[in-house]
Design a protein around this ligand. Structure first.
Ligand code: ZN
Length: 292
């Protein structure tokens, strides 16, 4: 399997310029990615490797906002051991920089200290791993030293009170250095972070998962996060086995995808290896991508 490409894809949402940055590949168990959906159905959409894993990406979004650069999610970072990377099929090493995320930013002429706001949809390692990095002296540093990091208060509490089922996805090294530096902005429910950039609660994958809604010049786009990680997850019951509240995900998807279809939102897929974004239609049974 080949890691996802290209590194950077850009477009407009109204007056805003957005850049999808492919922060690396990750291969997860196909059965876990599609929950109750039988393999003969899901493998037609995304084929599995010999270990039953499917190729996914870890797409982040950079928004050029008049008030400063906003980065949504940060990939898996550079702090994990080789064994861990192999287990999850993570391929995110940078060609020139520490990970592919920084490669993508460099390609856009952006330095890490230029990022004003980082938004985390949630704090799982494949979304918040790049919040911090391990330097040459083996010290963990903030990856975006001038940024404030926006996360839901409830998600932070959830990440710091794990149990046997949830603990494997949360590593303190991805968020504790930010707490210590007083760089977190904890939000409760919905909030406009910058004009036209709004975090909205989309619970289910985790109880306090959030998505990011962009609005400019009459256009809307939504960075979904893990409520529909790929375009193959558009049918309502195609829900990940990783979700801690799958029936809550179902109702979140029902609400968000209905509004997205009605209002012709551009949906941005974080884990899709090939399709960065698209608008959707309902074919009478399921939601699917609308041909461009
Ligand atoms: Zn994820």
């Amino acid at each position: 399997m080949t890691p996802p490409a290209p590194l950077v894809q850009s477009r407009k949402v109204g007056d805003l310029t957005i850049h999808a940055i492919q922060a690396g590949g990750i291969r997860l168990d196909g059965g876990a990615m599609f929950g109750v959906v039988p393999k003969p159905l899901w493998e037609k959409r995304i084929p599995a490797d010999e270990l039953n894993r499917i190729q996914l990406g870890m797409r982040c979004l950079l928004v050029e906002h008049p008030s400063g650069l906003i980065l949504i999610d940060t990939g898996a970072g550079n702090k994990e051991a080789e064994r861990f990377l192999e287990l999850y099929g993570i391929e995110n090493g940078g060609a020139n920089e520490r990970t592919m995320l920084e490669d993508g930013l460099a390609e856009l002429g952006v330095r890490t200290e230029d990022v004003a706001i980082v938004i985390n949809t949630h704090l799982h390692f494949d979304h918040a791993g790049g919040n911090t990095f391990r330097d040459d002296a083996d010290t963990i540093q903030l990856a975006f030293p001038k940024a404030r990091y926006v996360v839901k208060r409830g998600e932070y509490d959830y990440a710091t009170h794990t149990n046997e089922r949830t603990g494997a996805s949360y590593f303190e090294r991805n968020f504790m250095p930010i707490v210590k530096a007083h760089k977190f902005e904890f939000v409760v429910r919905e909030k406009e972070i910058a004009k036209g950039v709004r975090v909205v609660p989309t619970p289910g994958h985790t109880p306090f998962h959030q998505s990011v809604l962009l609005e400019s010049g009459g256009e809307r786009a939504c960075f979904l996060g893990d409520i529909a990680p790929t375009h193959a997850h558009l049918p309502l019951p195609w829900i990940m086995g990783y979700d801690v509240e799958p029936l809550v995900t179902l109702e979140t998807k029902r609400r968000i995808l209905h509004q997205a279809e009605q209002e012709e939102w551009l949906l941005i897929f974080e884990h899709d290896a090939t399709v960065p974004w698209g608008r959707i239609e309902h074919d009478g049974k399921n939601y699917r991508l609308k041909p461009d």
